[in-house]
Design a protein around this ligand. Structure first.
Ligand SMILES: Cc1ncc(COP(=O)(O)O)c(C=O)c1O
Length: 419
């Protein structure tokens, strides 16, 4: 066994989540006919993919453009033309007062969180230690392991409100939020992975005010939000100001393989992201930018987001919700109101088995979901709810989702009936 440093131990040695992710990947390649409702892949939407194909063909057919795109490093801040196009698009669409100096690219937005969380959390020069606060647990599984120091995260339990017998929604419980000197930044995903929650404008405004009053940034993970990919089904006002860091991505549009993350922040923070890019990877990859610049410049990305991507997922979520209500009829279950992203968050109160046991039983029946307990980074207190939920991705084809949901319902009923 190789001996590794604390850093190596933390980042390179298998963690619980790493194991589940490996499990998902292995199952996908090794088990035939697997019903994959587990990962974070976006749907393959032919009308959207056609545009990506066309922009690749244009790149190839247009003089030396392809050779330029692959033959040079971009600056550490990222591709200049792409950044200019994104800046103009966000100014026009959302009215944000930004310029290219407010944008940096990263290798997927995942690496932006790695950089930001470790810049604003961890050990400071004066010896104090700061944490990143997730004001509304559950939160995105991908945050769990990015801390270079132990206990980088702290999270707050939500206020749970029932909309009807089967639909509920989490709200930030402001009575529980206490921003002490120990907090270095606040972070939310909006829409939230895994729940599909969209924090209300008033919640975001309040968090923004709290962050500003405490002189710490508010990080908003906008991987699914407006204006692209726009997988958001409620009215929600996207905010940005000098104290807010918005992270976006080309992944959920259908380009996860290009690994293109976009950070919008004040100039000082953008300069820090650029310098970290230079250290970690010299420059962010440029192919996503090369493929998407034209589509952003001419407004096509916004048009596709509004008229193809959002309606696609909106139809899918309605079908998935109807399916869940039908299949789980007779079971005392709850599903989070799906307001965005492409997951259903199912909650089975007093489930006689844990979410991990349910995950294992489903895997045996060739259905992959993600156990809920992994979506509570920073929430250490025991809470039964953490083991009563699962996340189901409904972006895959209808047949897969239907077959998978039927098996989920059978296994859940079997667990309740055996008790
Ligand atoms: C909420 C959220 N944030 C960030 C990411 C990271 O995406 P990427 O690194 O592909 O931009 C994901 C991916 O699933 C996500 O769901």
């Amino acid at each position: 066994m190789v001996r590794v440093s604390r850093f190596g131990q933390r980042i390179a040695v298998v963690s619980g989540i790493g194991q589940v992710m490996d499990d998902l990947g292995a199952a996908l390649s090794e088990i035939e006919d697997i019903l994959m409702l587990g990962g974070g892949n976006p749907a393959h939407i032919p009308e959207v993919q056609q545009h990506f194909r066309a922009s690749m063909e244009e790149l190839l057919g247009n003089g030396r453009e392809f050779e330029r795109a692959i033959g040079n490093y971009d600056p550490p801040q990222g591709n200049k033309q792409f950044i200019e196009a994104v800046s103009a698009s966000l100014r026009d669409e959302l009215g944000w007062d930004i310029k290219p100096e407010n944008i940096a690219l990263t290798t997927g937005s995942q690496s932006a969180f790695f950089i930001l969380f470790n810049i604003f959390g961890g050990v400071f020069e004066d010896g104090t230690t700061k944490k990143i606060l997730f004001p509304l647990a559950p939160e995105y599984i991908g945050y769990c392991d990015v801390g270079l120091t132990a206990d980088l995260f702290i999270a707050t339990k939500p206020d749970i409100r029932h909309v009807d017998n089967h639909i509920f929604k989490y709200y930030v419980d402001f009575d529980r939020i206490n921003i002490t000197d120990e907090i270095g930044a606040v972070c939310i995903s909006r829409p939230t992975n895994p729940t599909g929650n969209v924090l209300t404008d008033s919640e975001v405004e309040k968090l923004s005010e709290l962050a500003r009053a405490n002189n710490i940034p508010l990080i908003i993970d906008n991987a699914y939000g407006a204006p692209f990919p726009g997988i958001i089904f409620t009215e929600a006002n996207p905010i940005w100001n000098e104290n807010t860091i918005v992270c976006m991505s080309l992944s959920k549009l259908g380009l996860p393989a290009t690994r293109t993350g976009i950070v919008i922040a004040n100039e000082e923070i953008i300069a820090m992201i650029s310098r970290t890019n230079a250290v970690m990877s010299l420059a962010p990859g440029g192919m996503g930018a090369a493929m998407a610049t034209g589509l952003i410049r001419d407004g096509k990305i916004i048009d596709l987001s509004r008229n193809v991507i959002k309606p696609f997922y909106q139809k899918r979520v309605q079908q998935a919700l109807e399916l869940v209500l039908e299949e789980l009829d007779g079971v005392d279950f709850h599903v989070h109101k799906p307001e965005g992203a492409f997951f259903l968050w199912l909650w089975f109160p007093n489930l006689p088995i844990t979410d991990m046991q349910l995950y294992e039983r489903l895997k045996e029946r060739k259905v992959l979901v993600v156990p809920g307990c992994y979506f509570f980074p920073g929430l250490k207190e025991p809470w039964r709810h953490k083991n009563e939920c699962i996340r189901v991705n409904y972006a895959q084809d209808e047949k897969t989702v239907t077959a998978g949901m039927k098996i989920i319902a059978e296994e859940v009923k079997r667990a309740y009936n055996a008790a």
